[in-house]
Design a protein around this ligand. Structure first.
Ligand code: GDP
Length: 536
């Protein structure tokens, strides 16, 4: 971490920042994210028994029942950020919701972390949701650690999996461990750096270092005797890997170009220790963030934070919600007086919540890299900055091109005006994206996940007393368009029927299908079409 504050007065802050690791765990549903999260927490000593994280998942709600979602979410505030200590580091683990929960929030979580842990199901390889999440990581050059899970099952060939990650995700792979066998014949993993084989023992809890058995060298007689076939193919693969695979280069990892790859079995706690080790040793401490005005260094004494997620709380009538804020610099203490940059008003931070997995108490302090939850009544929005210092605007929370488009249909047509106002407010807050067509044909809503529409329907009803349903519209993609004034003027005139303004007034091209989009892009080479837009 580079800093301009390297004098003695800042050493406690510097030490605290330096030992933080903030990462998100990402995967396609069912790859084993929940299982791995739980094992990481157990390893870190934050929870004692399996089932703590899982239990929450098993009483999963039906997507249609929004109140249940809301209740569930009230509880899940605690499990969406988890903090624990490991080997002197304070580790902040952020969950990215999957399944029906998938929404813009999922993407935004990735803007609040310094690294990501990607879990791949070894039987399935790279899946759709992983591809989407990795796009966001690539955009931000986030370092990614890869865990290939479920080696205790009959899975795909490891070399094939590595090729797939490299081809589809465009991410270089540096295997750190390599599996010997799989399924019933899974003997363990070989650590390429230490030239040691970690023996797989199903059913052993593998939680302490003492329960991990190590065999020296790739040719250990135990392997030859007990796993002759698995060992023979392992030896062949090892030759290929050692000759062809990318070497692990820390700098390339930090730039998001190369991912260290580990194999294991989360359910058996196998390989979990390696991941924690990689996080502690290789994942970056909180990094500086760019503001429009200057760089914000994490160990700068002034507190600065950015809101990346808003969670409606139990009582929507009171606009009671929690803003999740990533601390970008300085230290939070209870009662801290800060400024809310967008409104230029002072606020006092009294009841922030931290996320110690053991007890979720009101905390007294937190440092850059940590996440705090601030209860508020709708004052804080996604992308808002609060700071003790000068009034800066931080960059880095983008809008993502939505994938589902709908229009609201009123059950009471007399409320049309109120509906427009309400949708604009929800759009500004970041609940959903709103696009107001230039030809005023009615606001189009865009989301990346279905859940966002349910959230909007519920909030319209409870907060605005508007009863609305949603219909699909023939829009497949919205891309933000830019160009110089002369070109934009011509483009806007020619395409007015397909253009709309988002909540911030930025112009987007609403394409009904790929053919129209491609034709338009060809016809207007001086216009750029972008699939993300920075908030601000
Ligand atoms: P998530 O949807 O990504 O959070 O996945 P879960 O953690 O819920 O796991 C999905 C399923 O895979 C569950 O039935 C787990 O028990 C199972 N699972 C997770 N890890 C492993 C593993 O290492 N081996 C095997 N055989 N099953 C696993």
């Amino acid at each position: 971490m580079s800093s301009q504050y390297a004098d003695n007065s800042a050493t406690t802050l510097q030490r605290e920042v330096e030992r933080r690791r903030t990462f998100a765990i990402i995967s396609h549903p069912d790859a084993g994210k929940t299982t791995l999260t739980e094992k990481l927490l157990m390893y870190g000593g934050a929870i004692r028994s399996a089932g703590t994280v899982k239990a929450k998942k098993s009483n999963q709600f039906a997507t249609s029942d929004w109140m249940e979602v809301e209740k569930q979410r009230g509880i899940s505030v605690a499990s969406s950020v988890m903090q624990f200590e490991h080997q002197g580091c304070v580790i902040n683990l952020l969950d990215t919701p999957g399944h029906q929960d998938f929404s813009e929030d999922t993407y935004r979580v990735l803007t609040a972390v310094d690294a990501a842990l990607m879990v791949i199901d070894a039987a399935k390889g790279v899946e759709a949701q992983t591809i989407k999440l990795l796009e966001v990581c690539r955009l931000r050059k986030t370092p990614v650690i890869t865990f290939i899970n479920k080696m205790d099952r009959e899975v795909r060939e490891p070399l094939e999996l590595i090729d797939e990650i490299e081809d589809i995700l465009k991410l270089g792979c540096a295997p750190i461990t390599w599996p010997v066998g799989m399924g019933k014949d899974f003997a363990g993993v070989y650590d390429l750096h230490k030239a040691q084989m970690l023996k797989f023992m199903p059913g052993v809890n593998n939680l302490g270092d003492e329960s991990i058995e190590v065999l020296d060298g790739a040719d250990h007689p135990f392997l030859r005797d007990h796993y002759p076939i698995a060992h023979a193919s392992f030896k062949e693969e090892l030759e290929v890997v050692e000759a062809a695979a990318e070497p692990f280069d820390h700098e390339a990892f930090l730039n998001g170009n190369i991912s260290p790859v580990f194999f294991g079995s989360a359910i058996n706690n196998f390989g979990v220790r390696d991941i924690l080790q990689a996080l502690v040793e290789w994942a970056p401490a909180p990094r500086p963030r760019e503001a429009k005005q200057r760089t914000v260094y994490p160990d700068a004494p002034d507190f600065t934070g950015i809101v990346f997620k808003i969670q409606a709380n139990m009582n929507p009538q009171h606009r009671d919600r929690i803003a999740f804020l990533r601390i970008c610099s300085g230290e939070y203490r209870q009662g801290l007086k800060v400024k809310h940059v967008r409104s230029a008003k002072p606020i006092r931070l009294d009841h922030a919540i931290t996320f110690m997995a053991q007890e979720r108490a009101h905390l007294s302090s937190a440092y850059a890299g940590d996440i705090i939850g601030i209860p508020n009544h709708g004052k804080l929005r996604i992308g808002d900055v609060i700071t003790q210092g000068d009034m800066i605007e931080l960059e880095g929370i983008p809008h993502f091109s939505p994938e589902i488009f709908k229009v609201a249909r009123l059950n009471d047509p007399l409320r049309a005006k109120q509906l427009n106002k309400a949708l604009k407010e929800l759009g500004e807050e970041g609940t959903i994206q709103v696009f107001d067509p230039l030809e005023k044909t009615g606001i189009v809503l865009g989301a990346v996940g279905q859940l966002q529409f349910e959230t909007v329907a519920h909030r319209l009803l409870t907060e605005y007393k508007i009863d609305a349903a949603f219909d699909r519209v023939p829009v497949q993609k919205a891309l933000w368009v830019k160009g110089d004034d002369a070109h934009m003027k011509k483009f806007t005139q020619a395409n007015a029927n397909r253009l709309a303004r988002d909540a911030a007034g930025a112009l987007a091209f609403m394409s009904p299908n790929r053919a129209v989009l491609e034709l338009t892009m060809e016809k207007w080479p001086d216009i750029t079409f972008q699939s993300t837009r920075e908030i601000g």
